[in-house]
Design a protein around this ligand. Sequence first.
Ligand SMILES: Cc1cc2nc3c(=O)[nH]c(=O)nc-3n(C[C@H](O)[C@H](O)[C@H](O)COP(=O)(O)OP(=O)(O)OC[C@H]3O[C@@H](n4cnc5c(N)ncnc54)[C@H](O)[C@@H]3O)c2cc1C
Length: 808
Amino acid sequence: MKSHAKVVVIGGGVVGCSVLFHLARHGWTDVVLLERDELTSGSTWHAAGGMHTINGDPNVAKLQKYTISLYKEIEELSGQATGVHLTGGVLLAATEARLDWLRGVVAKGRYLGIDLEEISPDEAAKLMPLIDPKQFVGAVRNKEDGHLDPSGVTHAYAKAARKLGAEVERFTKVEDIVRRADGLWRVITNKGEVVAEHVVNAGGLWAREVGRMVGLELPVLAMEHMYLITEDMPEVAAWNQKTGTEIIHAVDFDGELYLRQERGGMLMGTYEKANKPWSEFQTPWNFGHELLEPDIDRIAPSLEVGFRHFPAFQNTGIKQIINGPFTFAPDGNPLVGPVRGLPGFWVACGVMAGFSQGGGVGLALSNWMIEGDPGADIWAMDVSRYGDWATMAYTNAKVRENYSRRFSIRFPNEELPAGRPLKTTPVYDLLSAKGAQWGVAYGLEVPLWYAPEGVRDEFSWRRSSDFSHVAKEVAAVRNGVGLSEISSFAKYKVTGEGAAAWLDRLLACKLPKPGRMTLAPMLKDDGRLIGDFSLANLGDESWFLAGSGVAEQYHMRWFEKHLPPDGSVRIEALGPKLTGLSIAGPKARELLAKVTRADVSNAAFPFMAIARMDIGMAPCLVGRVSYTGDLGYEMWVAPEYQRAAFQALMAAGEEFSIGLFGSRALNALRLEKNYGSWGREYRPIYGPLEAGLDRFVAYGKDADFIGKEAALAERKQGGKLRLRAFVVDAVDADVIGDEPIWYDGAVRGWVTSGGYAHHSRKSIAMGYVPKEIAEETDGFEIELLGRRHAARMQSAPLFDANFERMRG
Ligand SMILES: Cc1cc2nc3c(=O)[nH]c(=O)nc-3n(C[C@H](O)[C@H](O)[C@H](O)COP(=O)(O)OP(=O)(O)OC[C@H]3O[C@@H](n4cnc5c(N)ncnc54)[C@H](O)[C@@H]3O)c2cc1C
């Protein structure tokens, strides 16, 4: 075994081998994979080997498509058979709600280049002969489904990597990992030590244990998973003989089942409701090529549905039940990327669909390690989407929930209850008493809307029980004054003598003067967005940033990576140490004037001003800015004062009929101002010009800000896309995001977010289209629940286009 390597990859499952292959293919060949046993000695060897392109997140779906397209290449490169059978498959819906969901999947496929087609149950039965079509209301055909040989694929990755110069050391167990003073990693094994610049934790079933070696508690948990294999079935033999082809894959969402042919019989797997975690606290090191005891009682309810939906199963025997563990993150997506605070330590774990996602994970991680950027929008897989709040008990609750809902529909207005409430703000109970319906962002409870007694969300793809109530919240803001709880923003304090110069380099905007705020896009080296903040200059070398709450860890990782080593800049994520309230609407100034002695007249406290002032008895930092696009103020307050500030505002607001509003109303309000948001309109695949944030980029400022050269090039060449807002002729449902935008009979763009703008009484969609058609106003259509609706480009905001309300 070599004593030094650029990269040590820990774990020889499908994921580690894919990472090794991608690193070598990308030119890093001084790389070694350490496997404590034979390759495939974790979850990989007993996988059912199914692969599919669809995923709830379009960016993950793209990487799944890439994974499937890769198998031919690694087979050729390695000479190792992967056993890929691209049979195609059918996705089955037994309810109308499921069919609505599937139609959304078909629609997304149009711009992702995934060939999906809605078909009838009878047509599905012609493709997959075991189906009882009477049990279903519709189906979708996917030509890119299939299955493979898990061991063959893993070895193909490893052999291909070896051919490119990478090394694989089997029976080499990593026992400890220690960071040296010079930043290199000592990877200590049972066979000696390797010193490496980078370490990748692809430990699969043991990823938690490998993480603990560097003081990291990763939010992953293994679950037991069962599939059965039947005896040979005459129906299968007859089909094979008649058509000369295998029986294709099927996913029966309502039965929570997946099926495929396995030799002369069938394989049926299930995500059972009565699921069971495995090794909740510590994965035993002596576990390897063994299986868990099957428990047919646990999967019996799903099998009953399966036997009804696929009647031929009633007449066959079960040859074998496989029960094996594999790991999940709380939301079921992988954990990939560099770990904040541990330079050179990377993770590629929690991959629950290794044969659909392993290639994409390897590609993204190798790009990231070598180029400094994953090369794709992998937010849905980024390890930084979790913070300290994702504790072991939280992970346990969430993973169980996610497993049991693997094939369940999640409606756009559906909040999942497990592991909640976890983080709450001091006004939580006060808002609950007013009917707050809670959602969650980065572990924190956030009010979505306020329901009268007895009214709750009715889960639906269409406008639902909250519609008229959200309309009232919006009206309270636009006609008088509304109050919302805004603690879920991420807040950062930046101080130190080097702070101004550092911010000038980090952010693309012009720095504001003391007492002023500005919008601050943050770019990567390639000139694309990596953040968008409001930046306030508090004077005395003290700065305040507010940004996307869910991206706190993501942004801290970036900030810390760029901090000067001399200690001249300090940055702190304030998290729950600072809470927030916001008031907005034409009466907001009058209300503020009633609760503070500060002069808040337009002259003394204009748009984008920021100052410390007391709200009632509570000391606050107040900025004159509002995401509602109205006259409004954001108030930042230490948690111990939040209740006092809230009560002062509510009491003084009575005279203006103050109303509480939640994030759904806020969405309705910002949409009619064409305001985008991080994670939806603003993501690391768009440039500032494309996203319409170029007006906040100080292209000409002296500071050589990160991404400046690329941003200038984007401005010169014009980028490729443009963010636009559309008014949609929608009837009873509004876009939620990821719907295709049609123009002139072809899919040309995609929706990033939208909803109903109650004040303007219009259904709005925001999304990206190619710049060539970005100045057209008509001819657009947006596909919603399987139907195309006419949409008109809305270049000027529907509300306050002249900024009279906001700045007045
Ligand atoms: C019953 C079942 C059916 C499944 N069906 C499918 C399917 O149809 N399709 C699909 O895509 N996925 C399926 N999966 C999931 C799939 O198996 C996983 O997504 C995949 O195997 C994860 O691979 P991995 O490389 O991340 O982890 P693992 O396979 O667990 O590999 C981790 C490797 O790291 C090694 N290791 C750990 N710690 C150390 C250390 N300290 N030192 C050295 N080596 C170490 C281990 O020995 C192991 O070989 C199924 C899983 C199960 C259990």
